[in-house]
Design a protein around this ligand. Sequence first.
Ligand code: NAD
Length: 485
Amino acid sequence: MAEKRSITVAYGDGIGPEIMDATLSILEAAGAQLNIEKIDIGEKVYEQGHTSGIAPESWESLRRTKVFLKAPITTPQGGGFKSLNVTTRKTLGLYANVRPCISYHPYVATKHPVMDVVIIRENEEDLYAGIEHQQTDEVTQCLKLITRPGCEKITRFAFEYARAYNRKKITCFTKDNIMKLTDGLFHKVFEEIGAEYPDIEKEHWIVDIGAAKLADSPEAFDMILMPNLYGDILSDVAAQITGSVGLGGSANIGEDYAMFEAIHGSAPRRAGQNMANPSGLLLGAVQMMVYIGQPEVAEKVHNAWLKTLEDGVHTYDLFKEGTSKEKVGTKEFAQAIIKRLGSKPEKLKAVKYATGEAKKIQGSFKPTVPAKKDLVGVDVFLHWNGANRNPNELGKILSGIKSNGFELVLITNRGVKVYPDGAPETFCTDHWRCRFTSKKMDQPGSYADVINIITQVNSKGLDIIKTENLCRFDGKIAFSLGQGQ
Ligand code: NAD
């Protein structure tokens, strides 16, 4: 028998306590060897004044056990409160989000009878870095950060997962036709690391058409790897089209820590009525049992759950006259699973988890070799409302400014070139990007030139929002050109 493993458990809000009770009763009946440390999260904790939804002392339990089984919480509306999920992911470094999305035709009604897709979402970077600013009266900005180590870790994780779970193909979704540097890096790393896994088929889709294809023909996909934002949105779409959001479980994996949960929220309207479907949390817990090295328990629970679905014992969200046989509450559904522990589904495919050691799939990254970096210019961002926002007037004001070959070559507004030779139709806000480089963008300068340029811009009484250095790495231009440049 496996040694007892300590885990941290939070019962959450709304339907959380009911589905957690159901899940833990099934795990216990299946012989899970767990030492449970209970912590409070969510509404109660927010009300006590902890803006992140978790009390400082709860981190001690998480640091001790390193494994978190978490029920959904109700996120308070309004300012000042931080998302507990985002805080936990970032604090514990949970860079990989894993969501298997499977349809259970004909037992669960779905438009997609053949669907078995695992979504792997990068969990820490992208627009979720939370770096936002209002820069002018009219313009706000959110920084999209994509790092090479972040891309390498999640990509390697995805390929290792594919091997461990016998998956054949990984599809990467990005929008690198537009975001050539950020999404471009994600795609490039996918190709680089993919080359180390010749046994796994690889493909790349632009995220918009990929999303359409996923919603229409999910059977075309095996695993999908995505940066954070696309993954956040599309993993919900994928879960929903399997038949019910109540069926999806997810794992958030880091180097040392892991968190397991249902993908749905706290469904407050269903709370306290013994109605909710505990399947999402249960399937999250199944992933946890594999992770902590008790795969036999995971397999027993998963197969008993499939058999229960197949036998037509369904909670209200899955119940359908004709296919379902018995409509049950949360507790009765758990009891039905417990009764079937040890049996396997006959029509649905039974699962098999490799026995033995904990299956801790890990991503990794190699230290980045620094390139030769040259500074070839600077973008100066201005808040400017003068001269009826006529770009030619702004161009005139800036035209005498020079430092060591850097001079004004371009002004854009929302990325569109408006000077020189802008189109009169282009709508202009109060936010201007003024690019100073040598004519061919090939003359290296120094930061002293940047300071010199902004000192001259400042002396014209202009409102500088920020500057962004323009660089070449190993001789290659490492910034996007303005639309129309
Ligand atoms: P929700 O997922 O709670 O509910 C959406 C719909 O799905 C509702 O109709 C609900 O009745 C149904 N549903 C959800 N889970 C179900 C289950 N297990 N069984 C049967 N039906 C189920 O989403 P929401 O209503 O947008 O959000 C409610 C609260 O949950 C909000 O405060 C939100 O911020 C929070 N939330 C938390 C998490 C989390 O803690 N991980 C995730 C998403 C939303």
